[in-house]
Design a binder for this molecule. Sequence first.
Ligand code: FAD
Ligand code: FES
Length: 269
Amino acid sequence: MFKVINKENLAKEVTKIVVKAEQIARKAKAGQFVVVIVDERGERIPLTLADWDKDKGTITLIFQKIGFSTKKLGSLNPGDKIEHILGPLGHPTEIKKWDKVVCIGGGVGIAEAYPVCRAFKEAGNYVIGIIGTRNKDLLILEKEMKKVCDELFITTDDGSYGEKGFVSDVLKRLSGYNFVYAVGPIPMMQAVSKITQEYHIKTIVSLNPIMVDATGMCGACRLRVGNCTVFGCVDGPDFDAHAVDFEELSRRLKIFTEAERKIDAQFNS
Ligand SMILES: Cc1cc2nc3c(=O)[nH]c(=O)nc-3n(C[C@H](O)[C@H](O)[C@H](O)COP(=O)(O)OP(=O)(O)OC[C@H]3O[C@@H](n4cnc5c(N)ncnc54)[C@H](O)[C@@H]3O)c2cc1C
Ligand code: FES
């Protein structure tokens, strides 16, 4: 059992929890994720390690309450227990000295971009952060991102905060960078990939395919990357953006929509 130590609502439907998980905190690296099973009847939900504290033995998860299981997780309070947390899982993001790195986070993807930005900064890179959300009320981690970026650009689709437009609009006018990391909604990662492909700039995206077991056994998280079939859970979550088949990923993310809608209706009733 894993005890919830702290809980904070960061934005509409976005919650941060700090959980006691000593062994995971000791091994955690930027880009990795955990699988959370809220109670003994719970399904497995993959969530990125947004932060960790090796000394306190805690991990931080930031999640959007989008469906049945994330709403259940979001209903826990400090002192409550989570049945299981497995991890850290997935390959850590490859952190090296690229000189000038752009890290892009869209929506709740900002929480996933944050530890990666920090790791690139610690490795001696000049880090340009670009974060974007639909509107001001959904923006998270601005203060934290400012601390780990040399420059930070903020966009909102409706212009209610920062620059009006998309994160990709900012990327289009930047120059002199030699590596890009992006995480967020698929159309955003696709747009970023298209821009950098033209200039042959190495770009890594962190993908969130639907996962079931997260051990490489079930095949639920299957992806096409280049000419290969890979599994997001054990081969990822980071992949070469220019080789990812985003269309197939979008299609596969929708396969359980109807079943999830029914379960969600039960939660709300
Ligand atoms: C490696 C990895 C890391 C992730 N990290 C985070 C994170 O840090 N914060 C966060 O908020 N979310 C993250 N996700 C997405 C998160 O796992 C899903 O939102 C969650 O499983 C939805 O479960 P649910 O029962 O609440 O919703 P469901 O009712 O199962 O689904 C609700 C909606 O979410 C979509 N969905 C379901 N599973 C996923 C999925 N794996 N990825 C994207 N959309 C999905 C469904 O298609 C549906 O439209 C991550 C996913 C992966 C694979
Ligand atoms: S989630 Fe089952 S193989 Fe990746």
